[in-house]
Design a protein. Structure first.
Length: 276
């Protein structure tokens, strides 16, 4: 065999090896994709994590990164009563920038109860608005005083201080006790956090529907909001919206009307089914 022939055989052998390796890798990747779904309910993570959702089927309850059954062990929720066409409206309130009262106006027009998860700055900077939330029958929940990453707090006394200081400020401002509903800032949590909140008598509330409404410098259009919030609504939905969103303030009246036309009614977190 000439040197040229040997060279051609070597090149052919190398190319064959590369192609076989690529085929094997592709086969392994596809097998992994088939065996492990993109998202499936799992046990509550012991380590810190972020709350997340996937929507396999629009119009049906999404899959959380922990199942409702597992969350129930800690008096935690991401879904309400999935046997009824009801929606639980919740708003995260980090600060006031001029939109919360318009949101309250829309809720009042539709006789829709909601929950507002507030932080210390919201109560300190907009006490009249917080008092209005309470006066109009809405749940005011605990979003911590300083809005830290609570999954990084492992000591019960430090965890309790964040919640207790917010509850005391609310009591001083409104003369009423704060509702025992807690939402982890940024959706960051761990199994230990759920235990800590439960030990303090709180129900932890995640969500089953949200969209990117929090960036005040890049607000979605009404059409973009509807494209996320209408097809993905489902029975027992716990909806997370931000009170700092201009879009939310502008569309809420019409959004509530659209959901009502779809046959939905609005319920308070106080009406959540018992965790079982």
């Amino acid at each position: 065999m000439s040197s040229a022939d040997k060279k051609q055989v070597l090149i052919f052998t190398l190319l064959t090896a590369v192609l076989l390796a690529a085929a094997a890798a592709l086969s392994l990747w596809r097998t992994g994709e088939e065996v492990v779904p993109a998202a499936s309910p799992a046990a509550v993570p012991a380590s810190a994590g972020n709350w997340g959702l996937s929507f396999p089927t629009e119009g049906e309850a999404p899959v959380g990164n922990a199942s409702q059954a597992d969350l129930a062990n800690y008096d935690a929720y991401y879904l309400g009563d999935t046997g009824q066409k009801v929606i639980y409206l919740t708003f995260d309130c980090g600060y006031e920038n001029g939109y919360t009262e318009k949101i309250l106006d829309a809720l009042k027009k539709h006789h829709a109860p909601a929950a507002f998860f507030v932080v210390g700055h919201m109560i300190e900077s907009a006490p009249d608005i917080v008092r209005r939330m309470a006066a109009e029958g809405h749940v005011v929940g605990n979003h911590t005083f300083h809005h830290p990453d609570m999954s990084a707090i492992s000591q019960q006394d430090a965890f309790q201080e964040e919640l207790d200081s917010l509850a005391e400020l609310y009591r001083q401002t409104t003369g009423k006790p704060l509702s025992r509903f807690y939402r982890p800032p940024q959706g960051k949590y761990s199994e230990e956090n759920l235990k800590q909140a439960q030990a303090l008598g709180y129900k932890t509330v995640f969500w089953s529907l949200a969209y990117v409404d929090w960036n005040t410098d890049s607000q979605p259009t009404a059409e973009q909001a509807y494209a996320k919030l209408l097809p993905r609504i489902h029975d027992g939905a716990v909806v997370l919206l931000h009170s700092t969103s201009r879009t939310n303030a502008e569309i809420l009246d019409e959004l509530l009307t659209k959901w009502e036309e779809m046959g939905y009614a609005f319920r308070s977190l106080e009406d959540l089914p018992e965790a079982v």
